[in-house]
Structure formats: C-alpha cells, structure tokens
Design a protein around this ligand. Structure first.
Ligand code: DBV
Length: 248
C-alpha cells in the first residue's frame, strides 16, 4: 500500500456506488509508465498509472497516480464536467515529495466572482470547509495567477505528519467527493446558448492554465522524457482542446 492508494480506491468505489461509471479511453502508452531513477543505493522505480471514467454528466474523471517510494507519492485527481453543465471541477492534488506533503482540494469554480454561482456551489460547502480547515492550516503562498481558479472553500495545506494525511486529509477528501456527487446528482443541463458559450470558455481557460502551468511537468520530464510528458499532459491529463478540435 502507498499513501494515496486508499484515496484512489475510495474514490472509485464511491463513484461506482453513486454514478453510472463508464470507462474513458486512456491513450496507448499512458496506462502505466515506469522509470528507474537514481544510482546505486538510491536507485528507485517510479511508476505512474492512469485511471479514467466518464458518465452522462461528467466528461472526464481522471487520476494520475505516481508511486516512487516513501518520499515520492502523488495523486492528481480531477473531474471535468460535460460542457452542458455549470458544475465546478473537482480538483485534488495530493503531493508527497522529499520536502513534505502538499495538499490542494477544491471544487474549482467556472465563474469565481459570480455571486449566484457562489451561492449555488460554494456557500453550501463552506461549513464543511471550515470543519476541515480547523485541522488543516492554510498552506501559505501559492501562485497568484492560480487564485482565480480556486473557490473560497479551497483546502490548501502542507501537513508535517503523514498521519494527518492518512486521517484528516482523507476525511476531507471523502467529504468533498460526497458533496461534489450531491451537486452532480442535482445538476440540470444548461440549454441557454449564451450560458453554454460561457461554460465552454471557462472550461478552456481553466484547462489551458493547468496544461501550461502543470507543476508536475518538470518531474515527469526528468522521469519519462519530454515527448512522453507533453503528450501525457495534452493528450490525457488536460485533453479538452484536443477533444474539441476533433469534433468541430
Ligand atoms: N499537479 C498536477 C498534476 C500533477 C501534479 C497533473 C500528476 O496538476 C503534481 C501530477 N503538484 C504536483 C507536483 C507538485 C505540485 C504542486 C509534483 C510539486 C511541484 C514541485 O514542488 O516541484 C495545486 N499543486 C502544486 C502547487 C499547487 C498545486 C498550488 C504548488 C505549485 C507552486 O508552488 O508553484 N491544483 C494545483 C494547481 C492548480 C490546481 C497549480 C491550478 C488551478 O488545481
């Protein structure tokens, strides 16, 4: 077992219990990728596995799970709704590096500063956010240009202890996912054409930012090379642009 395997197992089991999960295609070569890093005593294997699903309301549910020993564990898990729903993105970036743990958990809004949007998708989860934030103190600086993509219920923390990840962070992850699936259950398709345009633009804005600024790019390039990394980012992790250009 590795640190984030229980998170991934829970997410899949829980989604299976509530959603009509269907597989989402993972491009060839990205299912699982292995590299050997370090030399001699420090030699280690880093395995990255991909997991992906879809449902009638959720365009892509995908996870990248990086396992490279005790000091290198990452679970990046994002849910991208279909473009005819105004649902936020579910975003979890659970990162353990030699320097420590870094946890980002949020329902990332399409329209952050819109009061009606906040009333619909942020206010209902603020009590849950405050409950968890008591145990998970604010993680400090993060890129200023990223702020527009996070909600006021953004859990951002750098726990000192692995036990905090296993208990409090895991509890927060479960609660956020449950609340997210409640939103999904209630969501009704959008038909207004202006609203649909705004949603597509907001999804593309988010996606381009994440693909361009992916904080894992450096790590993936070191392990697996540039070509694999760029294809993984644009062809799987953040694939909306490719998917749109193939249907338009
Ligand atoms: N981050 C990803 C993907 C990852 C991943 C797909 C599969 O988007 C891992 C792997 N995140 C990852 C790693 C680091 C971070 C950091 C390896 C550490 C990078 C390093 O220190 O070398 C939230 N993730 C971070 C940081 C933030 C996030 C704010 C710190 C980055 C920094 O300080 O520069 N989640 C991340 C993010 C957005 C988000 C930037 C933006 C909308 O939703």
């Amino acid at each position: 077992m590795t640190l984030y395997q229980p998170f991934l197992d829970h997410a899949i089991d829980y989604m299976e219990s509530r959603l009509d999960l269907m597989p989402y295609p993972i491009p060839e070569g990205f299912d699982s990728k292995t590299a050997t890093v370090g030399k001699g005593k420090n030699e280690a294997t880093v395995v990255t596995t991909s997991h992906a699903f879809q449902t009638p309301k959720l365009r892509q549910i995908r996870a990248a799970h990086v396992q490279g020993g005790k000091a290198l564990q990452v679970l990046n898990f994002v849910i991208f709704p279909q473009l005819n729903y105004d649902l936020p993105f579910f975003g979890a970036d659970l990162v353990t590096l030699p320097g420590g743990h870094l946890i980002a958990l949020d329902m990332q809004p399409l329209f952050r500063d819109n009061p009606a949007y906040q009333a619909k998708y942020t206010e209902p989860i603020l009590p849950m956010f405050h409950t968890h934030q008591e145990h998970l103190t604010w993680g400090g600086d993060f890129p200023e240009e990223a702020q527009q993509f996070f909600s006021p219920a953004f859990l951002w923390t750098r726990p000192q202890e692995t036990s905090v990840v296993e208990t409090q962070v895991f509890a927060a992850f479960q609660d956020y996912l449950q609340a997210y699936l409640d939103f999904v259950e209630q969501a009704e398709p959008i038909i207004d054409s202006q609203e649909l345009k705004d949603i597509e633009a907001a999804q593309l804005r988010y996606l381009r930012y994440r693909a361009e600024k992916d904080p894992a790019r450096g790590m993936f390039k070191r392990f697996y090379g540039e070509e694999w990394t760029e294809e993984y980012i644009h062809g799987f992790l953040f694939d909306l642009e490719r998917k749109l250009s193939s249907v338009h």
